[in-house]
Write a protein that binds this ligand. Structure first.
Ligand code: ADP
Length: 349
């Protein structure tokens, strides 16, 4: 019997080496995967963590009507993937909120300032009158009372304008479906979006204003140009109010325009494509090019308009009302020669 044997040490050594190598390689790969995974996850999730942190900080700092931290922005990760879009959208939302918050702060400050000015005059005049009522000549007393009366009119106009703006803003915030259902009010009147014969509404308003002008003994000529029959969708009260604001302005800023003859205001209504265009032209004081881009801002009044009574709220109210009906108002003007205000409204189908 012959027994042949060979030592397995070589094979065992090779297996051992292989196992060790495999183990070490596996360990390295696992570690690499862990580190890589952790790095990728942190890179991907980091912006999300920042978004959560920013949102929490803003929510925690909101008190009453004050909201702080809107100037914060989340760092934009490199690339153009979904995460970048999320961060960009979040930052855009913050920027929009910041703009609204600062506009609101400015509005409250402006409103308080505008309300305080007439109140100071009224208070001053009345307290002076109370102290010196017996010594003052009748003429001076009358002047002081007239001033105080004019300031009360200004105050009443401001309060009415502010109230109207608040209501218009509140109803613009409602979703359209709720707004239609609410059937509520812009100025305390029932507001229903219905088919409206704009030409009739315009002519009716012009007749009313003509009567008012003749009662007041005004020399201003209120003329009617081309009036085409057009129908639009909208609530009559909003449209009437917007048109009245524009017509009142045209009258107010032209009444002393022409020394040789009285001012002229011309109203026309035409169909242009799929829109109705109501134009109100005047030959009044006009608007400087530097003022023109700002006249629809709340409380904005051009210097050349300041000699006339006004609040600076009319045009912004008219614009809000018209925009709610899907329309727009544009203005053109030549200083010293006159202005044209155009109301564009989509025609009813
Ligand atoms: P208000 O007339 O009460 O000052 P508005 O908001 O109606 O406020 O108008 C803002 C400003 O736009 C006015 O102060 C005036 O400077 C200018 N403006 C508006 N309409 C006219 C117009 N028809 N002619 C000249 N300026 C105008």
């Amino acid at each position: 019997m012959l027994v042949v044997a060979k030592s397995m040490d070589d094979v065992d050594d090779t297996f051992f080496l292989l196992r060790t190598l495999l183990f070490i390689a596996g360990l390295v790969i696992l570690l690499g995967a862990l580190v890589g995974g952790w790095a990728i996850a942190t890179r991907v999730l980091h912006p999300l963590t920042e978004i959560v942190l920013t949102a929490r900080t803003i929510a925690a700092n909101a008190r009453g009507t004050r909201i702080a931290g809107l100037s914060r922005r989340v760092r934009r990760p490199p690339g153009h993937d979904e995460m970048t879009q999320v961060v960009d959208t979040f930052n855009e939302m913050l920027a929009a909120l910041e703009k609204v918050a600062s506009a609101q702060r400015r509005f409250v400050a402006d409103a308080s300032h505008e309300l305080r000015a007439p109140l100071t005059t009224i208070q001053g005049n009345l307290s002076f009158l109370l102290r010196h009522v017996d010594e003052l000549p009748t003429e001076e007393r009358r002047t002081m009372l007239t001033d105080a009366h004019e300031e009360t009119l200004q105050l009443a106009g401001l309060v009415e304008g502010l109230l109207l703006l608040a209501r218009t803003d509140a109803s613009a915030e409602m979703p359209i479906a709720v707004r239609e259902k609410a059937d509520k009010t812009v100025a305390g009147h029932a507001q229903q979006e219905s088919l409206l014969e704009l030409d009739h509404a315009v002519l009716h308003l012009v007749r009313q204003l003509s009567r008012r002008l003749s009662v007041e003994g005004s020399r201003l000529k209120l003329e009617v140009g081309r009036i085409e029959p057009v129908r639009v969708r909208g609530d009559e009260e909003s449209l009437r109010r917007a048109m009245l604001i524009l017509l009142d302005n045209a009258i107010k800023y032209s009444s002393t325009a022409d020394e040789a003859g009285a001012g002229r205001v011309k109203v026309s209504l035409e169909q242009v494509g799929k829109e109705a265009v109501l134009q109100i032209r005047d030959n009044g004081i006009g608007i400087d090019a530097a003022d023109l881009p700002h006249i629809f801002e709340r409380f904005y009044r051009a210097d050349r308009a300041r000699s006339r009574l006004g609040t600076g709220l009319g045009l912004s109210i008219a614009q809000t009302l018209v925009e709610r009906l899907g329309g727009a108002i544009t203005a053109e003007s030549t200083p010293g020669q006159g202005s044209i205000f155009s109301v564009w409204l989509p025609l009813a189908k």
